[in-house]
Design a protein around this ligand. Structure first.
Ligand SMILES: [Zn+2]
Length: 134
């Protein structure tokens, strides 16, 4: 009688994370942030389609009040990052840029200060919004 060793391996099946409905989030936050007069197109973009390390980007044309938002597709979010991806916060962050569009020169110190302010406000709004639902 021979004992054959068997190794049972579970195949690694990458779980595809749930994708929130971007258009609904965008509409909700355009209303809260009073940005309904902007024509915003929003979609998920793959990691290779965004600048490395970015979770979202926004481009806008002030004269037309139109904007195009790309949010990092959850399947490309780096799992080693300690903070889980928060798609809704990224949507809020990108939309907030529209309030600063008239003073955004997108370079240097001003961009960094602006970026930090936008991130702070986005975080505050998201935690407020989530508190009121509890
Ligand atoms: Zn930003």
């Amino acid at each position: 009688m021979s004992h054959e060793r068997k190794t049972v391996g579970c195949p690694f099946v990458p779980q595809s994370p749930a994708k929130p409905a971007l258009n609904a989030l965008c509409t909700k936050w355009q209303r809260i942030l009073r940005l309904q007069d902007w024509d915003v197109k929003i979609l998920f973009a793959r990691g290779f389609d965004l600048t490395a390390g970015k979770q979202g980007t926004i481009e806008w044309v002030s004269k037309k009040k139109s904007a195009f938002v790309k949010i990092l597709d959850p399947q490309d979010y780096e799992p080693a990052i300690r903070w889980p991806q928060d798609v809704e916060k990224t949507v809020v962050h990108e939309l907030l840029h529209l309030h600063y569009a008239p003073i955004d020169d997108t370079e240097g110190l001003r961009e960094m200060i602006l970026e930090q302010a936008v991130e702070c406000i986005a975080t505050a709004l998201i935690s407020l919004d989530r508190q009121t639902k509890e």
